[in-house]
Design a protein around this ligand. Sequence first.
Ligand code: PSU
Ligand code: MN
Length: 308
Amino acid sequence: MTHDSAALTLSDEVAESLETGRPVVALESTIISHGLPRPRNLQAAREFEAILREQGVTPATVAVLDGVARIGLDDEGVRRIAEEDLAKASVRDLPILAARGASGATTVAATAHLAAKAGIRVFATGGLGGVHRGASETFDESADLTTLAVTPITVVSAGVKSVLDIAATLERLETWSVPVIGLGTTIFPSFWLRESEFTLDWAVDTAEQVADVMAAHDALGHRQGIVVANPIPADQAWDRAEHDAVLQTAFAEAEQHGIRGKAVTPFLLGRIVELSGGRSLEVNLDLARNNVRVAGRIATAWSTRSAS
Ligand code: PSU
Ligand code: MN
């Protein structure tokens, strides 16, 4: 069976799950190719998929391979996103990769865009991209935000990394009318830490309540994404003092080396892993696994609701 349209190819498993109303969760590939070091990244990509399968949820890892936007990868595809030096592909790169038959790992923006086009409603990532510090001069704001303004998908994220300007990121999400809901908390998490100094207006306690918001959002005809902010459990969070010290050094180095634009996020993530002796990586993996699990529950609640 083929599920090709001009722009997208769904794996058989993903196509069948969507057709029969079974739960599906999209997973991004940039976190694998640029966000986590090799060889741990391959193991992580497989683990994220396995967590969903254990919940009876179909994983749809998204990437562009040889010009084809793939929704759901086979073993070889997962290996490629972990081991090849792929381009970091945001939404604007998609037509270029397609026309050239080239490959790329999709960011939150590109993954959300493609997954929503395929009819997937729930997506798990580590941390959302956002407004970078100094953006009032550099204009560096992730397309993750503008894409969520026009893309109907629920993204589970551990907030945004403390390397970003969190206040500005939350302001932009407000401007674009993207709902932000804390899961069990009104404190916006900051990726490796459970907290930030910013609070949210709304919290829910269960996946079913997230599905209720999704249904109401649809009923109102809203077409934005929804951000579910899922803090890392307290016993898995990074020590704040170490976190602050490592980030300060990584920032200073990015500045010294003149790192700019789309290279900033991968540079900082890589240096933070090195400077923390791998501690930040463990936290990153824990929070991502946690988000995948929660996304699985939301997708299950959503498919149950849609079936009734
Ligand atoms: N957060 C992570 N790891 C990552 C990213 C975010 O914990 O690898 C990636 C995501 O793919 C996100 C992208 O979409 O970084 C944002 O990059 P930029 O700031 O250049 O838009
Ligand atoms: Mn950027």
